[in-house]
Every structure is written in C-alpha cells, then in structure tokens.
Design a protein around this ligand. Structure first.
Ligand code: FES
Length: 104
C-alpha cells in the first residue's frame, strides 16, 4: 500500500513484452504501478498474464497498459527510487524520471 492505495510490483518474465513503462533495475524489468483500475477505481486481479478488473471487464497487460474494456488509460505509474537493493515508494528517483521522459 502507498498512501492508502494498493501497489502492484511485477517482475517481468522473458515471455512478457518489454515496454517504455518498464522500470529496469539490475537489468531486470519491472512494472511498478498503482493497483486501481483507471475506469472507476476497482482493484484488478492478476489472472493469466493480465490484470483483469471484475467491475466492468477492463484489462491491463503486464506493463499496466489498458488493452480491453472501458479503462481510458494505463494503470498509473508510482514514483519510486532504488537505493542499494531497496525499493523506495513515493520518491522520484532517476529511473522513475527516465520512464516519464520516454513513456508514450
Ligand atoms: Fe475497472 Fe470499470 S472499474 S473496468
């Protein structure tokens, strides 16, 4: 949880497509997002390589991009920083700012 909101942190597998939204930490790709559907705020569940929202059927891929249903945008990125091997949520570090500079 971060500021009362659920957080999704997914370490992507080699089968998952890379995305400009990926956080690259120690050469591994991660999705770090707020776990609230961008339609009306339900909490999607991870099922078969997607987050699926039970409220109105919205779906998000492993990068948090909206791929089906009513959600109007991807899952919101969560500011983060990495110090040594610790992930710090809510602090804008260089990797988070790199994602913001290239995201589409
Ligand atoms: Fe998730 Fe409507 S709240 S699809």
């Amino acid at each position: 949880m971060w500021r009362g909101k659920p957080v999704f942190i997914l370490k992507k597998t080699s089968e998952m497509k890379d995305s400009p939204r990926d956080a690259i930490i120690n050469k591994e790709h991660y999705t770090i997002v707020i776990g609230l559907c961008t339609h009306l705020g339900c909490i999607p569940a991870w099922k078969t390589n997607k987050w699926k929202c039970a409220c109105h059927g919205g779906e998000f891929d492993s990068s948090g991009k909206n791929v089906f249903g009513p959600p109007p945008r991807p899952l919101d990125l969560l500011p983060f920083d990495v110090k040594d091997n610790t992930l710090i949520l809510g602090k804008e570090g260089p990797e988070y700012n790199r994602i913001l500079s290239v995201k589409i």
